[in-house]
Ligand binder design. Structure first.
Ligand code: CP
Length: 293
């Protein structure tokens, strides 16, 4: 993510303004503009929130998914993008299983391409859901499968820029030492209880089974070491907020009681997804600042 801090601030402010705008006024911002959602991987939150955001701004959307399109017949990403452009798409929202796919599609089509998650690389709009414009004095701990998480990577790039101290926590198989070098302001703390004791925000991640090849992980040991339980939260971080990009795997990285409990902001983050994605789409289609998200 190449967004500057002022650009992030502007997006967050626009998200709030758009959320509270008169729907009849908001509806004219992207009236009849054509936006394609191109999804090579499954999604519930990102796809739905982008689609609702585009429609709230008055745009026409179409969904192309890899399972019900000519991608199944072998059409390439480039040809799919060019086809969508020929059909009038003015921007493409892309989720893809390969890192760098959003960049490649933008190069091929010269359209604004919004990255809705590319392989193990980035998921920038998910990171924008963490919240306030400044995180000075806040320690955020990201826990779990950091190696395979594009959400973690986007947060590791963004949160230190907003002033946060970021602790990464997880076993060596899912959190290599080199992760601490991804950005200034990032530290590794392998002891989960020590990490959450220092945290004002705890971001739990699921184990990305679909990206793990030949990794034998003892899930009972993993839960014993890293599961966020009600008891851990109550004794070590009673005022911290709990985040999770979803989908959550109840009973693995987080207990149902914590996911549904008063410290959880999981569904609030989902709700905020529509507003931030409205701001992102407005930026992509009404300004020259179209790339880098
Ligand atoms: N957080 C996230 O990307 O969820 P989806 O895969 O459901 O879009």
């Amino acid at each position: 993510m190449d967004l500057t801090v002022p650009a992030v601030s502007h997006l967050l402010q626009r998200a709030t303004a758009l959320e509270h705008a008169d729907p009849l006024v908001r509806d004219r911002i992207l009236q009849k503009r054509r936006i394609a959602l191109l999804f090579y991987e499954s999604s519930t939150r990102t796809r739905t929130s982008f689609e609702l955001a585009c429609k709230a701004l008055g745009a026409d959307t179409t969904l192309v998914s890899s399972l019900s399109s000519s991608i199944e017949k072998g059409e390439s990403l480039k040809d799919t993008g060019l086809t969508l452009r020929a059909l009038g798409a003015e921007a493409i929202i892309l989720r893809h299983n390969s890192s760098g796919a959003a960049w490649l599609l933008e190069e091929s089509t010269r359209l604004p391409v919004i990255n809705a998650g590319d392989g193990m690389h980035e998921h920038p709009t998910q990171a924008l859901l963490v919240g306030p414009e400044t995180l000075s004095g806040v320690t955020v701990t990201i826990v779990g499968d950091i190696l395979h998480s594009r959400v973690a990577r986007s947060n590791m790039l963004l949160l230190p820029r907003l002033g946060a101290r970021v602790l990464l926590c997880g076993p060596k198989e899912l959190l290599p030492e080199m992760a601490a070098k991804s950005s200034p302001g990032i530290e590794i703390e392998r002891d989960f209880e020590a990490a959450i004791r220092q945290s004002q925000a705890i971001m739990m991640l699921r184990i990305q089974a679909e990206r793990i090849a030949n990794l034998q992980l003892d899930l009972e040991q993993y839960k014993a070491a890293y599961q966020l339980t009600g008891q851990r939260l109550a004794t070590l971080a009673p005022t911290a907020i709990v985040m999770h990009p979803g989908p959550i795997i109840r009973g693995l990285e987080i207990t149902a009681g914590v996911a549904d409990g008063p410290q959880s902001t999981i569904l609030e983050q989902v709700t905020n997804g529509v507003a931030i994605r409205m701001a992102v789409m407005e930026r992509a289609l009404t300004t020259d600042e179209r790339g880098a998200i």
